[in-house]
Design a protein around this ligand. Structure first.
Ligand SMILES: Cc1cc2nc3c(=O)[nH]c(=O)nc-3n(C[C@H](O)[C@H](O)[C@H](O)COP(=O)(O)OP(=O)(O)OC[C@H]3O[C@@H](n4cnc5c(N)ncnc54)[C@H](O)[C@@H]3O)c2cc1C
Length: 507
C-alpha cells in the first residue's frame, strides 16, 4: 500500500505500477496496465480528477471534518447541501474535459451512503461498523487514493433472490469466517474504475431477506488482493487505440473502463467490514447509493456540452451553421442537456440531513434526473448524427489520409467549407462517432441507460413516491368534491422536504 499521499498525476500513475493484478484482456494476462494502449485512456480520465483538484480547489476539493484537512471532493462525505451541489458542478466540468466516464462518482456515492448506513446499523445493534468505516475513509482521504464502488452482482436468474440461485456465487457472499474477519466469494459485474482504483467498496445489490443473510455484506477490499481476478470488458472500436492512428479513435486521450471482478475467498479483516448479516439494511443502502448516484449522472451534461460543441463545429465545417433547422436542433440539444443538469442539481439543492450528519439529495428529483439520462443522450446522439452527415461513419482511416495516392483524393473530395482543413473535419466526425457509437458511447449512451439502475428501476421509485393520493385530494378540493380537509393539510413527507426549509435538519 502507499506510504505517502498522492500529490500529483505522476504519483497517481506511479501508484498503479508494480501491483500484481491478475487482469485478463483479449485472452491474455496483462502485465502492465498503466501503459497498455487500450487501458491507458481510462487511467488518463481518472488522472483528470486529480488534475482538477490541483487546479481548481473550490470546485474539486472540500474540507473534511473526518481528517481535518482539505481533500479531493471525490473522497468527501457531504457535510452540507452545498457539498452535493459542488459535486454536480465538478461532475459536469469533468465530463466536459474528458468526454467520457471519469469513473470516480461510484466510489464517492458509495462512501456517502455507507457513512449513514453504518451509523444506523451501529445504533440498532451496537456494532462497530461506523468506526471501521471512518477509519478506512480517513486513511483514504489522507493518502488521497481512488475508491471504486462495487454493487452490481452478475445476478443469474433475475426473478430469483440470491439464496434461490443455483450457484450462490452469482452474488458476492460470505463463505467462511474466523475471529479475524470474513472470506468472500462471488463476482461484481460491469465495474467502472477498478484497475485504476486502489480500494473497492463491496456492497450488496438489492433488498435481502433473512435467508440471504450471507449476501448482506459490505466491506473494503484492496484492488491488488491476490485472490481477485479481473476480466476486462472490451468496448466498441477499442482496438483503434492499438493501430497507432490518433484521428480514428475520435478521443485518443480518454475513455472509461469496465471489468468483471471475481472474488475467490478474499479475506476481509473485521476492521474493514461495514455490514455483515444485517440483511434488513441492504435495501436502504442500495436506495441511498442509487439516490446519490442517479443525480451524479449530471456528469452526462458535461459530455453533452462536448457533443453539442462537436455538432455545431460539424455544421460549421459543412458550411451550414446558419440554416434555421440546424440552429433549432442545437437549441433542442441544449434544452435536453440542461434538463438533465437542472433536475440533478435541484436534487442536490433539496438535500436533507441524515442522522450520521451526512446530507442526502432529494430522491424524486434524483430519479427524474436519471430517467432523463436514460433517454436524452440518445436523442442528442440522433441529432448530432443528423447534422454531421454520413461521413462520420463512412470516413476512411487516417492511414488513407496519409497515403500518397489515396490521401490527395480524400483531400479533394472531402472538402467542406473553404478554409477548413479536411483533417479537422475528419477529427470532429470521429469524435461524434466516438461518443454516439464508438468507444465513449459506452459512457455516453449505454452507461446512461443502465448505470445506477436500468430505466424501470427509477420508475419503480417514482411510482412509490409520486403521492398520487395527495394529488387526487388537491384536484378534488378545487373541483368542489367533498374531501376530508384534515388530509389536505397533512403534507406527505416529500412535500415537507420540498416546501418547508425547516424540515431540512429534521432527520
Ligand atoms: C458502462 C456501465 C458501467 C457500470 N458501472 C458500474 C459500477 O461501477 N459499479 C456497479 O456496481 N455497477 C455498475 N454498472 C452496473 C449497472 O448498475 C447495471 O448495469 C444495472 O443495474 C442493470 O443491471 P444489468 O446490467 O445486470 O441488467 P439486467 O438486470 O439484466 O437488466 C436488463 C433488463 O431486465 C430488466 N429486469 C432485470 N431484473 C428484472 C426483474 N426482476 N423483473 C423485471 N425486469 C427485470 C431491467 O429492468 C432491464 O430492462 C455499470 C453498468 C454499465 C453498463
Amino acid at each position: 500500500m502507499l506510504e505517502k499521499p498522492i500529490q500529483s498525476v505522476e504519483d497517481y500513475k506511479q501508484s498503479l505500477r508494480n501491483r500484481k493484478l491478475k487482469v485478463y484482456f483479449f485472452g491474455e494476462l496483462v502485465k502492465n496496465i498503466v501503459d497498455h494502449p487500450v487501458i491507458a485512456p481510462s487511467i488518463n480520465a481518472v488522472s483528470k480528477t486529480y488534475e482538477l483538484a490541483f487546479e481548481d480547489e473550490e470546485l474539486a476539493t472540500a474540507y473534511s471534518s473526518i481528517s481535518d484537512k482539505k481533500i479531493n471532493r471525490f473522497l468527501h462525505v457531504a457535510e452540507k447541501p452545498e457539498d452535493l451541489v459542488f459535486q454536480n458542478k465538478m461532475q459536469r466540468r469533468l465530463g466536459q474535459l474528458t468526454g467520457t466516464c471519469f469513473q470516480r462518482c461510484v466510489g464517492m456515492d458509495a462512501i456517502n451512503s455507507l457513512h449513514s448506513i453504518t451509523y444506523e446499523i451501529d445504533e440498532k445493534y451496537g456494532t462497530n461498523y461506523h468506526k471501521n468505516f471512518l477509519s478506512f475513509l480517513k486513511m483514504a482521504q489522507e493518502l488521497n487514493i481512488v475508491i471504486g464502488g462495487a454493487m452490481t452482482d452478475p445476478k443469474g436468474d433475475r426473478s430469483k433472490k440470491p439464496f434461490e440461485q443455483e450457484d450462490p456465487d452469482l452474488h458476492v457472499h460470505v463463505v467462511d469466517r474466523d475471529e479475524k474477519g470474513v472470506f468472500i466469494s462471488g463476482a461484481k459485474a460491469h465495474q467502472t474504475g477498478c484497475l485504476n482504483s486502489h480500494w473497492l467498496l463491496v456492497m450488496p445489490n438489492g433488498s435481502l431477506t433473512e435467508q440471504d443473510k450471507d449476501f448482506a455484506f459490505s466491506g473494503a477490499v484492496p484492488v491488488d488482493d491476490p485472490n481477485i481476478t479481473y476480466i476486462y470488458g472490451r468496448q466498441s472500436n477499442d482496438l483503434r487505440h492499438l493501430d497507432g492512428s490518433e484521428i480514428d479513435t475520435g478521443n485518443f486521450s480518454y475513455s472509461g473502463q469496465e471489468a468483471l471482478i471475481v472474488f475467490d475467498r478474499v479475506f476481509v479483516p473485521c476492521e474493514r467490514v461495514f455490514l455483515d448479516g444485517q440483511y434488513e439494511f441492504a435495501g436502504t443502502l442500495v436506495e441511498r447509493f442509487t439516490n446519490y448516484h442517479r443525480r451524479s449522472y449530471v456528469c452526462k451534461s458535461g459530455l453533452g456540452d462536448v457533443l453539442i460543441g462537436a455538432t455545431a463545429t460539424a455544421a460549421d465545417y459543412n458550411g451550414v451553421p446558419n440554416a434555421s433547422h440546424i440552429k433549432d436542433k442545437l437549441v433542442e440539444m441544449t434544452h435536453l442537456n440542461e434538463t438533465i443538469y437542472g433536475t440533478g442539481i435541484s436534487s442536490s439543492n433539496q438535500a436533507y440531513r441524515l442522522k450520521s450528519g451526512a446530507w442526502m439529495c432529494d430522491d424524486v428529483l434524483a430519479n427524474v434526473c436519471k430517467q432523463h439520462v436514460t433517454r436524452f443522450p440518445y436523442e442528442m446522439g440522433r441529432l448530432a448524427q443528423d447534422i454531421a452527415g454520413g461521413l462520420m461513419v463512412t470516413l476512411p482511416s487516417e492511414k488513407d489520409f496519409n497515403h500518397d495516392v489515396a490521401g490527395p483524393l480524400l483531400e479533394k473530395y472531402f472538402k467542406g467549407r473553404k478554409g477548413v482543413p479536411v483533417k479537422h473535419r475528419a477529427r470532429i466526425f470521429r469524435l461524434i462517432e466516438n461518443m454516439t457509437l464508438g468507444r465513449n458511447a459506452v459512457a455516453y449512451l449505454t452507461e446512461s441507460m443502465h448505470g445506477a439502475g436500468s430505466p424501470q428501476a427509477q420508475r419503480i421509485v417514482l411510482f412509490r413516491k409520486m403521492d398520487i393520493a395527495y394529488k387526487k385530494l388537491l384536484s378534488q378540493n378545487l373541483a368542489g368534491i367533498p374531501i376530508d380537509r384534515k388530509e389536505l393539510v397533512k403534507f406527505p413527507e416529500y412535500y415537507k422536504r420540498v416546501f418547508n426549509k425547516s424540515m431540512r435538519d429534521e432527520k
